[in-house]
Ligand binder design. Sequence first.
Ligand code: SAH
Length: 395
Amino acid sequence: MSEIVKIVLKSGKDQSMKRYHPWIFSGAIKKKYGEPADGDIVHVYSNQDEFLGAGHFQDASIAVRILSFTDKEIGESFYYERLKDAASARAELGLLNSSDTNVFRLVNAEGDGLPGMIIDYYNGAAIMQFHSIGMHRNRELLVKGLKKVLGDKLTTIYDKSGSTLPARYGSEHSNSYLMGQAGLMEVLEHGNKFSIDWERGQKTGFFIDQRESRKLLAEYSDGKKVLNMFGYTGGFSVYARRGGAELVHTVDSSFNAVELADQNMKLNFADDGRHKGISADAFKYLDSPEEEYDVVILDPPAFAKHHNKLHNALQGYKKLNMKALEKIRPEGILFTFSCSQAVSRENFRKSVFAASANTGRRVRILHQLSQPADHPVSIYHPEGEYLKGLVLLVD
Ligand code: SAH
């Protein structure tokens, strides 16, 4: 094995690392003592020659993703320990052996000390998505560790990184099974059934991060007319119906998504006409909705993928929320979300504030929502907090 390349930071640029922030931006680097290849382990030092950490190098804006702030070997046992920690946190949350929920996030990147990757768990199937080439190069070690940590529980491992690796690597990557084989999976979330297709579905097949918000929605649904906007697999729709909704409409611009939502409703409930899937654009649909709704869920895709799109994103949230706030019935409940990492909680709330003010309606915040505990955020890496939600009572 070749020597580990040493990287020295510019004076003052060591501060964030001393506070355990796991990213080194390329502009912070003063000198590289060698030419690391993408994915190589490098050692990072301050300008005073103090060892700061070891991580994966990548020729990109985030040049190093730190794996350890102490000088230890990043190998098989390192990955095993981190995976074991991640699994025991989920066991602590009651997710690993739960009888009514067998879908959760097993590894949440920086939040679990494994930057550059996530693993979603679907009743024995682990779907891995790699964001960094360094983690991807260590895939075999991670698979080995995962098998050891999960033992007999694990039936399938699928690497779905074609769309998440940096473009120059992603285009060469073909999504593949590293254990087990193709197949559809039925999972349970708080006792509700969902059919998962990780190969064709968005992300890893399901939006696991809305589990607790969906559960809350059920409490507001009894006897209500519910609109699940941006419904995808119908996650919120199933919970609304479980909570006693009189009628549920799932709207999504994707025809496939609407079909999935219909299918998941049928998995759980008799086909009695209380659910309808509608394939339509959100903004257009809200201009002339089919019904007057008591409860509306707005869970759009990330409007801002980058900070430079922030202004447009905030305008988008404002416009969308305004349309919903204008139409919702008196004493209505609005569940509204943003999953854009670039949009702060404060900025999101300001957009919803501006939308409310424009409608002139009385609006009260009942709950402030966030990602669930199986999507932990490292306190040193606030960027890991991406999901924000508000539950509003609209008079
Ligand atoms: N609420 C879902 C996740 C939503 S993901 C859940 O709990 O699982 C965002 C969804 O918005 C996707 O399914 C996508 O097809 C849909 N979408 C994107 N743009 C849209 C638009 N302009 N109008 C309606 N749906 C849209």
